[in-house]
Structure formats: structure tokens, C-alpha cells
Design a protein around this ligand. Structure first.
Ligand code: FES
Length: 328
């Protein structure tokens, strides 16, 4: 997987909030329009943007509008009262007319071009990247189905819109009336050459991953996380004294203590370094490693994939060598 790293300094955009609308219980749609240009950067279904909030928080949100309409981006934000504050700030404080900054879209959840069929499984707010993806495969005339679960119909953003537009291709599973998604049956229904795309809560992702493992379909499964998997951090041996990080471009070397993340130390000298989840699943902080041996953590990619790309996630990654040299 290759995408824009911190070293490539994702371009910042200024966008204006042109609309805010409650579209389901606790789900707020924001329409964002460009401020200095007529059009926003192009994006593909599955992509997300990183919104920089007035408080300084950065959060990533999937784009769910029409990719061919670059006069706007739309994101839908679930209010999470137990979260880290980003969604609450948006629901409470962001108003029509406000200007926010955003990075250019990144796509960590792309469609597979040659899939014979696509089964989309969405849980709750996980519908947001999938909405744009199903509209795209439908435009292409490809075979697809959506199974979309949520706590209740009122909490399921876009549920009625999708059902009205696509009829039997869409199966809605509100938990309060229909129980939970039959993951085993869903995975078993995919014929050879088909791919599965899943976005939603960790329990759903784990269940779908397990079923795909059981039937040898792991390579055909594509997942997008909005939360960290259970217990993503492992103890790193010999990390009690920390290590040094040299930022080659900045010309400084910093010490990362055992109880500090590389990200927090780097951000003391570089306020342009992007981050969002700080738990190793969104990819915002991915940075290029020039020298040293990183200890990869996080769930975005396997250690082998990071090594192949020469990158690491500096919010959770550590170092096996006394010094790491980053292209920052
Ligand atoms: S900030 Fe999300 S992976 Fe590092």
C-alpha cells in the first residue's frame, strides 16, 4: 500500500462549511466547499480527509458525496460521547460559514478493479466510505450487494436513501428489530472471484475477518477501521531507556522516552506533522524511515508491508535500533 506520508507533506486545503444537517440519530452531515479555488482535489470512493478542528484536534472522515462533483466534499460524523472529543466538537461547535483546514484525500480502502462481484458489509457509521463505493460499482455495472447493520433504523445514516435507490441489492439489518448481521452466511454467499469490503465496529470487523480466514478468503477481504483493534499494543523488549530519533530534514535529533511516542516528541519541533487516531490505524502519521530498525505497530499494514514501503506509523511504532532516522 502506498500513499502520501508526512514526508510528502499532504497539501492543506481551506474549506468552508456550507451545510450542516442531522441525517440520522447522532449523525451530522457536513458539506464542505473550497475557499480559494473553484474545485477541490480529486478523490476515489473509499477515500477520507483529515479535518483540522479549531481546538487543534485532527480527525479523519470518509468522503460520502459524489466523487465527480469537486465543488464539495461531504462527510458524516457520528457523535461519540465516550470518544476523544473530535466528534463532540464538530456536533457542538462547527457552524455554517466556519472555515476549517483539511488535508487532500487519501484512499486506504480502494475498490479492486477486477473483482467479479463485491459484497459490502457496513456497521453503523461504517456506511460512510461504502456509500460512495457502491455508487461507483453500480455506475460501472458491476455485481454488488450491501448488508448494512445498525442499532436501529433511525440511527442508520443513508439507510432509506440506499434502499430506495437500490432496492433488493441492499439488506438493512436494524438490530432492534432484525438482530445482527449473519456474518457466516454473508461470507459464504460470495462466489469465486468476489471481494468483500467491510467497515464498522471492531466486533464486526473481527467476525468478518475470522469467517474469511476460515474459508480462505482473507486476501479478498478489505477492511477500513474507525477504531483501534482490541489491544493493539505489545510490549517491546529493551525499550525501557527509549531511543533517539534523528529528523534528517529538520536537522535535529530528539530522545524518545519509554513512556513517549515518537509522534509526540516529533511534534515538539514540527507542528506540521499530521496525526489523527494516534492508535495506529488511520495512516495519518505514516513517515518514511531512512535508517535504523523500526518496531512496527498498528493495524494499518503488516510489518512486512511497512518494510517494503520503507515507512512506519510514528504514533505507535518504536525502534529496535538505538537511533532511527526519519525523513522529516
Ligand atoms: S495517527 Fe493514525 S496511524 Fe498514526
Amino acid at each position: 500500500m502506498i500513499f502520501m506520508t508526512n514526508a510528502q507533506a499532504a497539501k492543506r486545503l481551506t474549506v468552508r462549511v456550507a451545510k450542516r444537517e442531522d441525517i440520522a440519530r447522532d449523525v451530522l452531515l457536513l458539506r464542505l466547499e473550497p475557499v480559494a479555488t473553484a474545485e477541490l482535489p480529486i478523490w476515489e470512493p473509499g477515500a477520507h480527509i483529515e479535518l483540522h478542528l479549531p481546538s487543534g484536534l485532527t480527525r479523519h472522515y470518509s468522503l460520502c458525496s459524489d466523487p465527480s462533483d469537486l465543488s464539495r466534499y461531504e462527510v458524516s460524523v457520528l457523535r461519540d460521547d465516550d470518544g476523544r472529543g473530535g466528534s463532540l466538537e464538530i456536533h457542538r461547535d462547527v457552524k455554517v460559514g466556519d472555515e476549517l483546514t483539511s488535508n487532500s484525500p487519501k484512499n486506504l480502502f480502494p475498490l479492486v478493479d477486477d473483482a467479479k462481484s463485491s459484497l459490502f458489509i457496513a456497521g453503523g457509521i461504517g456506511i460512510t466510505p461504502i456509500k460512495a463505493m457502491i455508487e461507483e460499482v453500480n455506475r460501472r455495472g458491476q455485481e454488488w450487494r450491501l448488508i448494512y447493520g445498525g442499532r436501529s433504523l433511525e440511527s442508520m445514516a443513508y439507510a432509506e436513501e440506499l434502499k430506495d435507490a437500490f432496492g433488493d441489492l441492499v439488506t438493512l439489518v436494524p438490530q432492534d428489530t432484525d438482530g445482527v448481521i449473519d456474518v457466516e452466511g454473508a461470507v459464504a454467499s460470495v462466489s469465486e472471484g468476489g471481494h468483500i469490503y467491510c467497515c464498522g465496529p471492531t466486533g464486526l470487523l473481527n467476525a468478518v475477518t475470522e469467517k474469511c480466514d476460515n474459508v480462505g478468503m482473507r486476501a479478498e477481504l478489505h477492511i477500513e477501521r474507525f477504531t483501534a483493534p482490541d489491544d493493539p499494543r505489545e510490549e517491546v523488549e529493551n525499550d525501557t531507556a527509549g531511543f533517539d530519533v534523528e529528523l534528517r530534514e529538520s536537522g535535529v535529533t530528539l530522545h524518545v522516552g519509554a513512556d513517549q511516542s515518537i509522534l509526540e516528541v516529533v511534534q515538539t519541533v514540527r507542528d506540521d506533522i499530521a496525526s489523527s487516531c494516534q492508535e495506529g490505524y488511520c495512516g495519518s502519521c505514516e513517515s518514511r524511515v531512512l535508517e535504523g530498525q523500526p518496531e512496527h505497530r498498528g493495524s494499518l499494514m503488516t510489518p512486512e508491508e511497512h518494510d517494503e514501503d520503507g515507512t512506519m506509523l510514528i504514533c505507535v511504532g518504536r525502534s529496535k535500533s538505538p537511533t532511527l532516522v526519519l525523513d522529516l
